[in-house]
Design a protein around this ligand. Structure first.
Ligand SMILES: [Zn+2]
Length: 226
């Protein structure tokens, strides 16, 4: 018995060595529900962006938490006012691998035909000191890779093909939240409150569930590749 147990020891050691890093270092995702508290965001009739963001962020977090190897945190889980600086600090504090900032849009000209989802990734940022340039380059690359995977999967997803929810934009943008964090991240404008077709979809819980499920699956796919 003793010798048999000894023979198993190297195998067990190898297993532990292989498995421990997986559990010690999960892929950490921060879900940032846009606006909140005193800051309502976009308002269109009875739809208030800050509430929609939180509602959707909770759905997405719940689904992502069920995925193995993924740890999820939210910048807010209540109707509180949070500055962009506060959000950036929270993202940096947990050393996140990726953050997703959740928003809903309005067309400033109130055009009903402006609709669909928008995926923004960080633009090159030359306002940072040169010593940050290397890490920003990687940050931008990773953000782009995550956004591109989302875009590619989106065009084949039920959200696009069955629900007919347009992909309005996949583009870089110089946003304050991107400028304040060195973490890879995306900002998603999920739908236009000014487009009647988008409004009908976001008032349908089934659509929001399907969209959250699509995002959770794609983020898990991205996390597994990392
Ligand atoms: Zn917003």
């Amino acid at each position: 018995m003793t010798s048999r147990r000894n023979n198993l020891a190297p195998t067990l050691f190898l297993l532990v060595t292989l498995l421990v890093p997986l559990t010690l270092y999960p892929f950490t995702v921060v879900i940032d529900a846009g606006h909140g508290g005193a800051e309502k965001g976009a308002v269109q009739a009875d739809l208030i962006e800050k509430d929609l963001c939180l509602h959707f962020a909770r759905k997405l977090s719940t689904l992502l938490e069920k995925r193995s190897g993924i740890k999820v945190l939210m910048t807010r889980d209540d109707d509180i006012t949070l500055s962009i600086e506060d959000r950036a600090k929270k993202i940096a504090a947990v050393k996140a691998d990726l953050f997703l900032s959740i928003h809903f849009n309005i067309d400033v000209f109130m055009l009903a035909e402006t609709r669909g989802i928008e995926i923004y990734y960080p633009a090159d940022d030359f306002s940072k000191p040169p010593e940050n340039a290397f890490s920003l380059y990687h940050r931008n690359n990773r953000s782009f890779a995550a956004g591109k995977l989302l875009r590619d999967r989106y065009l084949k997803s039920d959200i696009f093909t069955v629900w007919k929810h347009d992909l309005n934009m996949f583009t870089p943008r110089d946003l304050k939240l991107f400028r304040l964090t060195a973490t890879p991240g995306l900002l998603l404008e999920l739908a236009y409150l000014t487009a009647p077709e988008d409004r009908a979809r976001i008032e349908n819980e089934q659509f929001l569930d399907d969209l959250a499920r699509f995002l959770a699956a794609t983020i898990a796919e991205y996390a597994a590749k990392k």
